[in-house]
Each structure stands twice: as C-alpha cells, then as structure tokens.
Design a protein around this ligand. Structure first.
Ligand SMILES: Nc1ncnc2c1ncn2[C@@H]1O[C@H](COP(=O)(O)OP(=O)(O)OP(=O)(O)O)[C@@H](O)[C@H]1O
Ligand SMILES: [Mg+2]
Length: 244
C-alpha cells in the first residue's frame, strides 16, 4: 500500500481506510448487519472498536480485509476501491498489506507452528521483500515476534497448533498477522484469552509493530482495560450515525 509514510495529520483525503455509507447484508438475512457506516482510519492511528455481541464487528473487519464485499456504499483501502476489485485482487491486497488476527485464529492444524507463522510470507512477495530488507531471516523474525508476545518456538518444541492453549494459539495467530509489517492491522478480540500480564505484553507488542511501520490498527475488544493503548475508541452505533 505504501502508506507507511503518511501521517494522521494529512487529512481525510489521505485516509488509509475510508468507508462511506457502507452497508452489508448476509445472504438470506432479513435486515442488513451493517447500515450506512462511515469510518476513516489514518496511517499511524490506533483505534479501538466496541459494540454489542452480534452487532457486526467481525463482519466489518471481514469487509475491511476484503474477505467480504459490501452490499452498497464505498470502501477504499490504501487508495484502492475494494468495491471495484475482484475477490482475487482483494486477496492479493490482503496478502501484501493487511494483517488480520481473526477472532477464531484460523491457524492451520496440519501445519507446524513455524509453518503457520511463515504462511503469509510464502503467499506475498511484498511481505517477503519487506522482511528481507530488515536483513533478519524469516525464521528468526518469527521467533523474535513470538518472544515479544511471551512465547518461544524452542520452548513449544514440535507441538502441533492443536496442542496449544487457546491463549497460545491467539498469540501465534497475532505473530503470523504481524510478520512482514502490514500497513493495516485488523485485530478481532486479540486478548480475549489472555491473563492481564500477557494481555499487557501483547498490547505493547501489537503497538510496537504498528508504530514501527506507521500502520493503522483497528482492534475489536469488549475489554475497557485496552483503551489507554489506543488513540480513540469508536462504537458501531456511532459509526452508523447513532442508530439504536
Ligand atoms: N457467515 C455468516 N452467515 C450469516 N450470518 C452471519 C455470518 N457471520 C455472522 N453472521 C451474522 O451477522 C451478525 C453479526 O455477526 P458478527 O460476528 O459480525 O458480530 P460481532 O459483533 O463480531 O459479535 P461478537 O462480539 O459476538 O464477536 C450476527 O447476527 C451473525 O449471526
Ligand atoms: Mg466478533
């Protein structure tokens, strides 16, 4: 996306993410999950997203990640009109520049922990190139990232991802999303399984990865203890014009 050099003060026209009147209706649903939603995220900005369970936070993240396509409205990410791109083109943008920490982790059980971590690097030449520019081999970078999250490949040994605790899987999923420095990080309740000590270490690592690249971060959480780590908090109600 090449938005790492942007600064939040450059104004709405330079927003890394821009949604206007965004609506989304799941197939077969009687009413839209998201309706006329507006959101701007600047490069370098960290935003906490709150909302009731079932209100559409994960759906919004899937739209911003290009996994889902809006029913109506506009959505641009890194200057690209997601509405106009094919699924394949959006997948490519996500692979290169969007790190997604899924609520359900989406780790692949048939791959080792290391192979799970290196998956996005394998898919994207852009991520590989950014990592190569740091001079750190991918395996070393993966281990370093895991260490900042309080885990170690050496300590975990040859365990399969299915043999990890939920909190360990959550952190492996986070390291996978952050490896190769995406310019947009979407994190869906990334600390839900962590104790306060690991939660705080996790947030420091997440913020460290975000600020190192000047990335935008949108993080979903119900936990008010996360608020001090973010520039602002938004709610789905407010993003949709305060509809009840
Ligand atoms: N794959 C799907 N197919 C159809 N409907 C879905 C699908 N995924 C989610 N929904 C519906 O969309 C609505 C929003 O779900 P979503 O998962 O985005 O909520 P959420 O705000 O992330 O909730 P939570 O805080 O519990 O994670 C819900 O009514 C849900 O049933
Ligand atoms: Mg959710």
């Amino acid at each position: 996306m090449g938005a790492g050099s942007q600064h939040p003060s450059e104004g709405p026209a330079r927003a890394l993410v821009c949604c206007e009147a965004l609506s989304f209706c799941w197939p077969g649903a009687s009413a839209p999950t998201l309706s006329h939603l507006s959101l701007r995220l600047q490069a370098g900005e960290a935003v906490l997203l709150r909302g009731e369970s079932g209100q559409g936070k994960s759906t919004l993240l899937s739209l911003l990640a290009g996994i889902l396509s809006p029913s109506s409205g506009s959505l641009t990410v890194g200057g690209k009109d997601f509405h106009a791109l094919s699924q394949r083109q959006r997948d490519r943008v996500r692979g290169a520049d969007i790190g997604v920490i899924f609520q359900q982790f989406n780790l692949l059980p048939f791959l080792s922990i290391l192979d799970n971590l290196l998956l996005p690097i394998g898919f994207s030449a852009e991520r590989r190139a950014r990592l190569a520019a740091t001079g750190t081999p991918p395996e070393v970078a993966a281990e370093e990232l895991l260490c900042t999250l309080g885990l170690s490949l050496k300590a975990l040994g040859n365990r399969s991802v299915g043999a990890l605790s939920v909190g360990q899987q959550q952190r492996v999923a986070a390291a996978r999303a952050l490896l190769g420095s995406p310019s947009l990080i979407l994190a869906d309740e990334p600390t839900s399984a962590l104790d306060p000590k690991n939660r705080d270490a996790f947030l420091r690592a997440l913020k460290g990865a975000q600020t190192a690249r000047g990335a935008a971060l949108l993080c979903v959480s119900h936990d008010p203890a996360l608020e001090p780590y973010f520039d602002r908090t938004v709610t789905l109600d407010r993003l949709q014009g305060g509809r009840p």
